[in-house]
Design a protein around this ligand. Structure first.
Ligand code: SF4
Length: 216
């Protein structure tokens, strides 16, 4: 069994999927429809889950679809999403994204990575999450937590999230792709902290380059 498979086999048995946790994102239904999933993801960049949930709950109390967002005044949209970082810029890009989805795609969310990446405010992470969760395409989204974990483990070597995502998707067998994001993000958020990783509690420390180098 190679190192990548060994790691996934351990994570599968030790880390929860979103459905198995009381994760605030899922509990508040931020991904309960494709519309909410895409908008929530666009609003969540460089913002904590708690603040994203606050903004999304306020927004979804007033809008049900992309056209509803287009019809909001700029001032009202900004007021609703104010808890998230860069709310002014996000309000502008969100409206542009809604224009494209309504006018160019007849209210349909595109289902290829290339088209998703052309939507304003949608980057690699949101595009991959959309493909994985809503279209059940086998692709792993990489955020800052996962980027850190997989580089420390030494299963990828990449300076950017985009390169990490490419490498991780290349080396991950199909059977692990559906939940890999959820297992790895659980490790990154709860154990493999940026400044002080809790390596003694980590179930995959036996396969971690960073841990081995620190112990040497
Ligand atoms: S052993 Fe430490 S550095 Fe390696 S993945 Fe686990 S917590 Fe992170």
């Amino acid at each position: 069994m190679n190192k990548v498979i060994k790691i996934y086999e351990i994570l599968k048995d030790t880390q929860p999927t979103y459905e198995e946790t009381e994760h605030d994102w899922m509990r508040n239904g931020l991904s309960s429809t494709p519309f909410k999933h895409l908008v929530s993801c666009a609003l969540s960049t460089v913002t904590t889950t708690a603040r994203t949930v606050k903004a999304c709950n306020a927004l979804y109390a007033e809008v049900k679809n992309f056209d509803d967002i287009r019809k909001l005044s700029d001032e009202r949209l900004i007021e609703l999403i104010k808890p998230v970082a860069h709310y002014n810029r996000k309000a502008r890009t969100l409206k542009k994204m809604c224009d494209i989805i309504v006018d160019d795609y007849d209210n349909r969310i595109p289902d290829t990575k290339e088209e998703l990446l052309r939507l304003p405010g949608i980057g690699q992470k949101c595009a991959n999450l959309m493909l994985n969760y809503k279209y059940e395409k086998p692709v792993i989204a990489v955020d800052t937590h996962i980027h850190r974990v997989i580089n420390r483990l030494g299963i990828v070597r990449a300076s950017t999230h985009e390169k990490s995502a490419e490498q991780l998707n290349d080396i991950t067998p199909e059977e692990y792709k559906k939940h890999a994001h959820e297992w790895l993000i659980a490790v990154g958020m709860n154990i493999c902290k940026p400044r002080k990783p809790h390596c003694s509690e980590c179930p995959v420390s036996a396969y971690c380059d960073y841990y081995r180098q620190r112990a040497a």
